[in-house]
Design a protein around this ligand. Structure first.
Ligand SMILES: Nc1ncnc2c1ncn2[C@@H]1O[C@H](COP(=O)(O)OP(=O)(O)OP(=O)(O)O)[C@@H](O)[C@H]1O
Length: 266
């Protein structure tokens, strides 16, 4: 039985860009046609992705900036519906990205611990048992009695990270950039995260750190302009990816370009 299955999944973002003052000046100088006040663009973030993950699969997702890695995680999380294709997920999903979103601003830290825990699939009884441990890990002390609208962004992250990592996920979606609060919190957060990544059954892990991909994953895909360019064992996929970067580097002298497919510009 699969845990995650993507069949021919494509996702295109429609972007409407208003004409700016700069565009108008450029059009006056004949540098740009500015008849349309709204320029329509399509960004093909994912193109015909096929993927099947089972228990024990720990998938590393690599690729240049803009290749579609985070979008892929968001499609699996159900945050973005695909433009075409099918996404099926069997199991409790925990997302460790965009941690600071989804709080009830008028509710206290304690109340948000319960609400988030329930949203992540824990039962009320489980949450009663876990709440104290979560509160302790967050280190937020008396702040937990206040509505979270009084929190700093670092405090949000502490709270969200503490809850999300205390509920045992079946499928863990992780974007490497988990800015987990200040230095004092970061050390214990990293340890907890590594423990969780080590024992979770199904992992989708986006990272630019190739060593982390090798350490935590047993499969990998290289996304290139929204398409899977290579898949297989992490070592092999990383070799292909880094090889292509070196080639591009030699040809162009730099690789700091984005890896996005802007399909149409009307
Ligand atoms: N909400 C959105 N609206 C419009 N375009 C988007 C949106 N989210 C992502 N994109 C576009 O989709 C493409 C893929 O973005 P994505 O964030 O998935 O890339 P990434 O591989 O995660 O990049 P990075 O390594 O820089 O984090 C980019 O061109 C980005 O501009």
């Amino acid at each position: 039985m699969y845990a995650v299955k993507l069949e021919n999944v494509s996702l295109t973002f429609d972007i409407n860009k208003s004409t700016t003052l700069k565009d108008i000046f450029l059009s006056l100088w004949g540098k740009k046609n500015c008849y349309n006040t709204l320029q329509k663009r399509k960004i093909a973030a994912l193109k015909e992705i096929n993927l099947e993950l089972r228990q024990g699969d720990r998938l590393g997702i690599i690729g240049l900036n803009g290749a579609g890695k985070s979008t892929l995680l968001k499609v699996v999380a159900g945050i973005y519906p695909p433009t075409s294709g099918n996404v099926s997920v069997n199991g409790r999903v925990t997302c460790l990205f965009e941690l600071a979103t989804g709080f009830e601003m008028e509710a206290t830290g304690w109340e948000n611990i319960y609400l988030r825990g329930l949203m992540l699939g824990a039962t009320p009884r489980e949450m009663k048992k876990k709440a104290l441990e979560i509160a302790e890990f967050s280190g937020l002390g008396d702040y937990l009695d206040l509505p979270v609208r009084h929190y700093s962004s670092g405090m949000f992250i502490r709270l969200a990270f503490s809850v999300s990592t205390s509920i045992e996920p079946e499928i863990l979606l992780l974007d490497e950039v988990v800015a987990a609060g200040d230095a004092s919190f970061l050390a214990k957060a990293e340890k907890r995260l590594k423990d969780l990544m080590g024992r979770v059954k199904v992992l989708l892990f986006v990272s630019h750190n190739m060593q982390s991909i090798k350490d935590f994953c047993n499969r990998a895909i290289w996304l290139d302009r929204g398409k899977i360019r290579a898949e297989g064992l992490p070592d092999d996929v990383i070799k292909k990816y880094l090889g292509s970067i070196n080639n591009t580097d030699k040809k162009r002298g730099s690789v700091d370009e984005t890896n996005t497919c802007v399909e149409a510009c009307i």
